[in-house]
Design a binder for this molecule. Structure first.
Ligand code: ZN
Length: 141
Protein backbone atom coordinates (compact mmCIF):
# COMPACT_ATOMS: atom_id res chain seq x y z
CA UNK A 1 0.00 0.00 0.00
CA UNK A 2 1.60 3.23 -1.13
CA UNK A 3 1.42 6.26 1.12
CA UNK A 4 -0.77 8.99 -0.20
CA UNK A 5 0.42 12.53 -0.86
CA UNK A 6 -1.70 15.11 0.97
CA UNK A 7 -1.34 18.86 0.69
CA UNK A 8 -1.23 20.55 4.10
CA UNK A 9 -4.33 22.76 4.44
CA UNK A 10 -2.34 25.23 6.57
CA UNK A 11 0.86 25.80 4.59
CA UNK A 12 0.51 23.93 1.29
CA UNK A 13 3.43 21.56 1.89
CA UNK A 14 2.98 18.15 0.25
CA UNK A 15 3.23 15.35 2.81
CA UNK A 16 3.17 11.59 2.51
CA UNK A 17 0.42 10.25 4.75
CA UNK A 18 0.96 6.64 5.86
CA UNK A 19 -1.76 3.99 5.74
CA UNK A 20 -1.05 3.07 9.36
CA UNK A 21 0.74 5.03 12.06
CA UNK A 22 0.77 5.57 15.76
CA UNK A 23 -0.66 8.95 16.60
CA UNK A 24 -1.78 11.52 14.08
CA UNK A 25 0.04 12.45 10.87
CA UNK A 26 1.32 16.02 11.01
CA UNK A 27 2.72 18.35 8.40
CA UNK A 28 6.50 18.05 8.19
CA UNK A 29 6.76 21.79 7.75
CA UNK A 30 4.22 23.50 10.05
CA UNK A 31 3.19 20.51 12.25
CA UNK A 32 -0.52 21.02 11.59
CA UNK A 33 -2.62 17.88 11.81
CA UNK A 34 -3.18 16.49 8.32
CA UNK A 35 -6.37 15.11 6.80
CA UNK A 36 -5.93 11.34 6.97
CA UNK A 37 -7.38 9.54 3.97
CA UNK A 38 -5.90 6.18 2.99
CA UNK A 39 -6.62 3.24 0.72
CA UNK A 40 -6.59 -0.11 2.50
CA UNK A 41 -6.75 -3.71 1.30
CA UNK A 42 -8.06 -6.89 2.94
CA UNK A 43 -4.54 -7.63 4.17
CA UNK A 44 -3.92 -4.14 5.52
CA UNK A 45 -7.30 -3.39 7.05
CA UNK A 46 -6.43 -4.26 10.64
CA UNK A 47 -3.37 -2.02 10.55
CA UNK A 48 -5.40 0.79 9.00
CA UNK A 49 -8.06 0.46 11.74
CA UNK A 50 -5.37 0.49 14.44
CA UNK A 51 -5.71 4.11 15.51
CA UNK A 52 -7.28 5.95 18.43
CA UNK A 53 -9.10 8.16 15.95
CA UNK A 54 -12.63 7.55 14.79
CA UNK A 55 -12.39 5.65 11.50
CA UNK A 56 -14.80 6.10 8.63
CA UNK A 57 -14.51 3.05 6.38
CA UNK A 58 -15.66 3.84 2.84
CA UNK A 59 -16.64 0.69 0.93
CA UNK A 60 -16.66 1.75 -2.68
CA UNK A 61 -15.88 0.77 -6.28
CA UNK A 62 -14.72 2.80 -9.28
CA UNK A 63 -17.85 1.99 -11.34
CA UNK A 64 -20.22 3.25 -8.62
CA UNK A 65 -21.48 6.77 -9.42
CA UNK A 66 -22.90 7.45 -5.92
CA UNK A 67 -19.48 6.46 -4.50
CA UNK A 68 -17.88 9.14 -6.65
CA UNK A 69 -20.43 11.66 -5.37
CA UNK A 70 -19.63 10.90 -1.75
CA UNK A 71 -15.84 10.85 -2.20
CA UNK A 72 -15.31 14.65 -2.08
CA UNK A 73 -17.61 14.85 0.96
CA UNK A 74 -15.36 12.37 2.76
CA UNK A 75 -12.30 14.43 1.78
CA UNK A 76 -13.90 17.50 3.32
CA UNK A 77 -14.84 15.63 6.50
CA UNK A 78 -11.24 14.37 6.79
CA UNK A 79 -10.01 17.97 6.49
CA UNK A 80 -12.57 19.41 8.91
CA UNK A 81 -11.90 16.70 11.49
CA UNK A 82 -8.15 16.35 10.92
CA UNK A 83 -6.64 14.58 13.91
CA UNK A 84 -10.03 13.18 14.94
CA UNK A 85 -11.36 11.24 11.95
CA UNK A 86 -9.46 8.91 9.63
CA UNK A 87 -11.02 7.88 6.32
CA UNK A 88 -10.12 4.37 5.17
CA UNK A 89 -11.22 3.64 1.60
CA UNK A 90 -11.61 0.01 0.55
CA UNK A 91 -12.32 -0.99 -3.06
CA UNK A 92 -14.83 -3.83 -2.64
CA UNK A 93 -14.05 -5.29 -6.08
CA UNK A 94 -10.52 -6.13 -4.95
CA UNK A 95 -11.17 -6.75 -1.26
CA UNK A 96 -14.01 -9.24 -0.83
CA UNK A 97 -13.16 -10.11 2.78
CA UNK A 98 -13.61 -6.53 3.94
CA UNK A 99 -16.80 -6.21 1.87
CA UNK A 100 -18.18 -9.35 3.56
CA UNK A 101 -17.06 -8.26 7.01
CA UNK A 102 -19.07 -5.05 6.72
CA UNK A 103 -21.89 -6.63 4.69
CA UNK A 104 -21.40 -4.18 1.82
CA UNK A 105 -24.07 -5.61 -0.46
CA UNK A 106 -24.86 -2.15 -1.76
CA UNK A 107 -22.33 0.62 -2.08
CA UNK A 108 -21.35 3.08 -0.97
CA UNK A 109 -21.52 1.65 2.52
CA UNK A 110 -19.85 3.82 5.15
CA UNK A 111 -18.96 2.33 8.52
CA UNK A 112 -17.94 4.33 11.56
CA UNK A 113 -15.46 2.30 13.61
CA UNK A 114 -13.60 3.01 16.80
CA UNK A 115 -10.86 0.66 18.00
CA UNK A 116 -12.20 -2.05 15.71
CA UNK A 117 -15.76 -1.79 17.01
CA UNK A 118 -18.54 -0.83 14.60
CA UNK A 119 -20.52 2.18 15.82
CA UNK A 120 -22.73 2.77 12.80
CA UNK A 121 -23.32 1.62 9.24
CA UNK A 122 -24.57 4.15 6.69
CA UNK A 123 -25.79 2.71 3.39
CA UNK A 124 -26.05 4.83 0.26
CA UNK A 125 -24.68 8.26 -0.63
CA UNK A 126 -26.10 10.46 2.10
CA UNK A 127 -25.91 14.28 1.85
CA UNK A 128 -23.05 16.08 3.57
CA UNK A 129 -25.15 17.41 6.52
CA UNK A 130 -26.30 13.86 7.32
CA UNK A 131 -22.76 12.49 7.24
CA UNK A 132 -21.50 15.41 9.32
CA UNK A 133 -24.15 14.71 11.94
CA UNK A 134 -23.26 11.01 12.03
CA UNK A 135 -19.59 11.85 12.51
CA UNK A 136 -20.40 14.37 15.26
CA UNK A 137 -22.55 11.81 17.05
CA UNK A 138 -19.85 9.16 16.80
CA UNK A 139 -17.21 11.59 18.07
CA UNK A 140 -19.43 12.45 21.03
CA UNK A 141 -20.22 8.82 21.90
ZN1 ZN B 1 1.82 22.58 6.92
Amino acid sequence: MAPRVTTCPSCGTKNRVPVAAKGTPRCASCKAKLPWVVEATDGGLEAALGTGQLVLVDLWAPWCAPCRQVAPVLERLAARYAGRVKVVKVNVDHNPRTAARYDARSIPTLVLVRRGRTLKRIVGAQPEPVLTREVEQALAS
